[in-house]
Design a protein around this ligand. Structure first.
Ligand code: TXA
Ligand code: MG
Length: 350
């Protein structure tokens, strides 16, 4: 299959591309499209055969459920048993936007979407191209991030092409995505609201609306207690560069000291070692190859470039990557979650 890439810069002018993409999705095939978080790999969420193609193209384990993308509250009401009071408050505050809400599903949602669970994850993306595509198809669009399973999520059309070339008929190029990390996933299907994946909407913001919100214990204590996260996607190694990566967490001086010592030790053994770190600290990295994520003080920018940086690390041909951690307040929590996954839990606390 030949993959076409079509650019949309002005929806009024390029509306033909939305019509073509809608036609492909209604016909049971896949289209990659931009959202405000990362690119999604979209299929008609009510067509089982089409959704199977998503799992195939990504090489995704079949026990990892998908998010349905919607453009209206009436579409939401058709998919769930009940839009709870808590859900209404969050929708009012954050939709359209990077928040995915898990609710009890109703029978219209095929079990391939929920991977057999009795709940379904839903969000309304804040991107005009995504919203126009959902409107055109008039169906909830199932869309995981448009990467090969395990690789960093795509924030640019060329990332999608890298992973999906000749596997899907169409990629809509809408430029770089804004947030750069995936949506926050919150489970409202049980008694206590539970964050299953930190993302674009921060826990601090959610707490203002739902003060009783909790973090999934499987998320925080994963390695220490060996708990299994409730969001199946959180249990896999993910976002991983090809080289082994180690994440260093702790005070600035101690962290830099530990990184440079390790780099010197490993390179003396003949390993090619690189550093992933922050602008403020680049003078400490000596002559080791490094990639700068941006200013530690500008977390939104770091979130925006993180996945592209993880992909570009592969081009440096390294054996070992030593990476700086940062404070996990606000969007820092989502950044640290992705870095923990990218390092496969290989974390040094200094
Ligand atoms: O920002 C995003 O959310 C992007 C864009 C394309 O919208 N999508 C995305 O989808 O990140 P994906 O499939 O890469 O991640 C979906 C996450 C997974 O961790 C999955 O396990 C979880 O949501 N999930 C989906 N349905 C669920 C459910 N019913 N219960 C618990 N977790 C669920
Ligand atoms: Mg993903």
């Amino acid at each position: 299959m030949k993959t076409q890439v079509k650019k949309i810069r002005d929806l009024n002018i390029d509306i033909g591309i939305i019509k073509e993409a809608g036609h492909i999705i209604k016909g049971g095939d896949l289209v990659a499209f931009p959202t405000e978080t990362v690119y999604g790999l979209g299929a008609d969420g009510l067509n089982e055969e089409a959704v199977k193609k998503i799992y195939l193209a990504k090489g995704r384990p079949s026990d990892n459920p998908l998010i349905l993308h919607i453009d209206s509250i009436s579409m939401l009401e058709r998919l769930v048993k009940e839009v709870t009071e808590e859900a209404k408050l969050l929708i009012e505050a954050f939709w359209p936007g990077p928040l995915t809400i898990v609710l009890k599903k109703n029978s219209l949602v095929p079990s391939i979407i929920s991977a057999g669970l009795d709940s379904v994850a839903i969000r309304m993306p804040n991107n005009p191209i995504a919203l126009a595509l959902i409107k055109e198809t008039n169906t909830p669009i199932a869309a995981p991030s448009a990467n090969t399973s395990g690789r960093p999520s795509p924030t640019r059309p060329d990332h999608v092409l890298e992973d999906m070339v000749d596997k899907i008929p169409l990629i809509i190029d809408g430029g770089e995505t804004g947030v750069g990390l995936e949506s926050t996933v919150i489970d409202l299907s049980e008694n206590t609201p539970l964050i299953l994946r930190p993302g674009g909407v921060t826990i601090e913001e959610i707490k203002k609306i739902l003060p009783n919100v909790r973090l999934d214990p499987g998320l925080v204590e994963n390695d220490k207690l060996n708990l299994i996260p409730k969001s199946p996607g959180q249990k896999y190694r993910h976002y991983a560069p090809k080289a082994q990566m180690v994440l260093y967490v702790g005070k600035r001086e101690d962290r830099l000291d530990a990184i440079v010592k390790r780099a010197e030790k490993e390179s003396a053994k003949g390993k090619k070692v690189g550093i992933l770190g922050f602008e403020e600290n680049k003078d400490s990295f000596k002559d080791f190859p490094h990639l700068i994520l941006g200013l530690e003080s500008d977390k939104a920018k770091i979130a925006h470039v993180l996945f592209d940086s993880l992909r570009r690390l592969d081009d440096l041909g390294l054996d070992l990557i030593l990476c700086e951690g940062l404070d996990s307040d606000n969007i820092g929590m989502a950044i640290m979650n992705r870095l923990e996954k990218a390092s496969g839990g290989n974390i040094v606390y200094v």
